[in-house]
Design a protein around this ligand. Structure first.
Ligand code: TXA
Ligand code: MG
Length: 331
């Protein structure tokens, strides 16, 4: 299959293709998604095939807003869910709620809940509006790889496997949406993401953290994720001496070591260097792109220096942890 990259002001072929029950990659404000008609089980099966996604990992339905959500869930919209949508939609927040049977089982991976979000990106909105149905979309990477934040990253993973990529430039947020299970009391954070836990808690009060050893409520979180070819080592500290010593040890073990680090980047390595910027927001925006870029140099290992779990920093730490084969903590 030939993969064509469409400019974002030329959505016609992408819309026709979606209407025909096929898949299209498109930008959202978080990462690129690989979308299909979310109420068409056959179309959604093509998503799993194109990105080689395990079938027990459910998809997010992308909608325009609360009216669409109402049609996809069982029962009335809980007051706190309504409050969340009023505060943060459209935006990087995914809500897990009891599903109507109308949502194909393949989208839910057989669960009785469905994950729903209203993306803020104009291309995503235009596609949902034109299809006039929810669009099911996971991130548009090959399963296990870093999520794509550019059309080029989608092409690197899926060239020849899908027909269309809509190019909307680099995605602003850079990490995926925050996933909240709204069926528990209090609500449960299933995946930290582009909207901080602190912001959500301001609207709903307490939010519990999903327990890593607990029952697997967000099936996607158990797989190795976000990983480039080179092994990633997470240095969970920004202490100067400690980081320097660790990098020296990594060079002895792995040979060439590439580095992604917050600013100011003041460490010596013998592979490439990518700055993650001054804070969580910039690190989220740059992380996946940095991992893919560093990987291209074929280093023995990629070291990621990251310490913060505040605000969006929590999502950055989570993605680095999942990508990493090992973590080094300051004593
Ligand atoms: O920002 C995003 O969320 C991007 C863009 C494209 O919207 N999408 C995305 O999708 O990250 P994906 O498939 O890579 O991640 C979806 C996450 C997975 O961890 C999955 O297990 C979880 O949402 N999920 C989906 N449906 C669920 C459900 N019914 N219950 C619990 N977790 C669910
Ligand atoms: Mg993904």
């Amino acid at each position: 299959m030939q993969t064509a990259v469409l400019p974002e002001n030329q959505l016609g072929p992408a819309i026709d293709w979606l209407r025909r029950g096929e898949v299209v990659a498109f930008p959202t404000e978080t990462v690129y998604g690989l979308g299909a008609d979310g109420l068409d089980a056959v179309a959604c099966a093509k998503i799993f095939e194109a990105k080689r996604r395990p079938s027990d990992n459910p998809l997010i339905l992308h909608v325009l807003g609360l009216d669409d959500l109402e049609r996809l869930i069982l029962g009335p919209v809980p007051a706190l869910v309504r409050a969340l949508t009023e505060a943060f939609w459209p935006g990087p927040l995914t809500l897990v709620l009891p599903s109507t049977p109308e949502v194909p089982a393949i989208v839910r991976a057989g669960l009785n809940t469905v994950a729903i979000r209203a993306p803020a990106h104009p291309v995503a909105k235009a596609l949902i509006e034109a299809l006039n149905r929810p669009i099911a979309a996971p991130s548009a990477n090959l399963s296990g790889r870093p999520s794509p934040t550019t059309a080029q990253a989608v092409l690197d993973d899926l060239n020849g496997r899908i027909a269309y990529i809509v190019d909307g430039g680099q995605t602003p947020v850079g990490v995926e949406s925050t996933v909240v299970d709204c069926t528990t009391q209090p609500m449960t954070l299933l995946r930290p993401g582009g909207l901080s836990l602190e912001m959500i808690a301001k609207v709903v009060g307490e939010v519990q953290l999903s327990h890593p050893e607990g029952p697997d409520r967000s099936p996607g979180m158990k797989y190795r994720h976000y990983a480039p070819e080179a092994p990633v080592i997470w240095i969970q500290s920004t202490d100067r001496d400690f980081v320097k010593q660790t990098l020296d040890a990594l060079k002895r073990e792995y040979g060439t070591v590439a580095l992604a680090s917050p600013e100011p980047v003041s460490w010596q390595v013998n592979g490439g260097i990518e700055s993650l910027g001054p804070d969580g927001t910039s690190a989220a925006h740059r992380l996946f792109c940095a991992l893919r870029r560093l990987d291209r140099g074929g280093p023995g290992a990629i070291a990621v220096v990251w310490g913060s779990t505040e605000g969006i920093g929590r999502a950055v730490a989570n993605r680095v942890e999942k990508a990493a084969v090992g973590r080094v903590l300051a004593p």
